[in-house]
Design a protein around this ligand. Structure first.
Ligand code: DC
Length: 243
């Protein structure tokens, strides 16, 4: 196990399309490294949820951006997984409904909304500078100087099949064809927007998760972080940490 020196600021960014297992991987990697985990997709989802609840059209960029700027979005990192609060209320699973998933692309494609989110994410990092952060633009736009940048990818068919399994666990039955079409459309929207498109950040380590399971992905990422982080990472022995 690796531990990041308690005093150092240290940011690992993980970007990539939906269905690569990014959230799970980022969450578990953060735990291994003793860092906090920032789920920026959850922040966009919370904005979409709040817009829907307040009767604001998700595609109405100026109004959603105003909403985001006035919103208190913060994580409670003492719970596991970290709990996101929007204006003091835990958003929980309400940000994962099909209705929010449909609305969030329109919210995330607006430059005004993205600017407000980027600001909010940098503010979080200023207060919590030891992070594994996960999203679409973390290594390319929000933290281009991050200590380690990673891009996770997987074939669309593999991502669709994983999503079908996840939905089945939640009791939602869909066909692989339907989920695949949805994934391809989201990839298109995420990659083609002008502002903060999904791209592989400069200097990022690319890991294709199509043929490897989640434990192997995490081992691989830990190895990449160890190789790139150099002296910021100290051994548990040297840091006095006990696993
Ligand atoms: O990772 P996710 O499915 O929870 O993300 C929800 C939406 O937010 C998805 O449409 C991509 C978008 N998103 C984004 O544009 N930029 C980020 N940093 C994170 C998510």
């Amino acid at each position: 196990m690796l531990v990041v020196s308690a005093t150092a600021s240290f940011i690992v960014t993980i970007d990539g399309p939906a269905g690569t297992g990014k959230s799970t991987v980022a969450h578990r990697l953060a735990k291994r490294l003793g860092l906090e985990f920032l789920d920026t997709g959850a922040m966009y989802r919370a904005a979409a949820l709040t817009a829907l609840e307040r009767g604001i059209e998700p595609a109405d960029g100026p109004r959603v951006a105003e909403l985001v700027r006035g919103m208190d979005l913060h994580f409670d990192w003492t719970s596991d997984p970290p709990e996101l609060f929007a204006d003091g209320v835990a958003v929980g699973e309400r940000i994962r409904t099909p209705e929010v998933t449909r609305a969030v692309s329109a919210v995330a494609s607006n430059p005004l909304v993205r600017a407000a989110m980027v600001e909010s994410q940098r503010l979080i990092a200023a207060r919590h500078p030891r992070l594994v952060t996960e999203g679409r633009d973390q290594g390319s736009v929000v933290f281009p100087d991050a200590d380690v940048r990673i891009y996770l990818d997987a074939r669309p068919e593999v991502r669709a099949s994983r999503r079908v399994d996840q939905l089945r666990v939640k009791g939602i039955i869909t066909t692989e064809a339907e989920v695949l079409a949805n994934i391809i459309e989201r990839d298109r929207l995420d990659s083609s927007r002008r502002d903060g498109p999904l791209v592989c950040p400069n200097g990022a380590a690319v890991v294709d998760t199509s043929a490897i399971d989640i434990d192997e992905v995490i081992d691989r990422l830990e190895e990449i972080v160890r190789d790139r982080a150099g002296s910021v990472l100290v051994s548990p022995h040297r840091s006095g940490h006990r696993p």
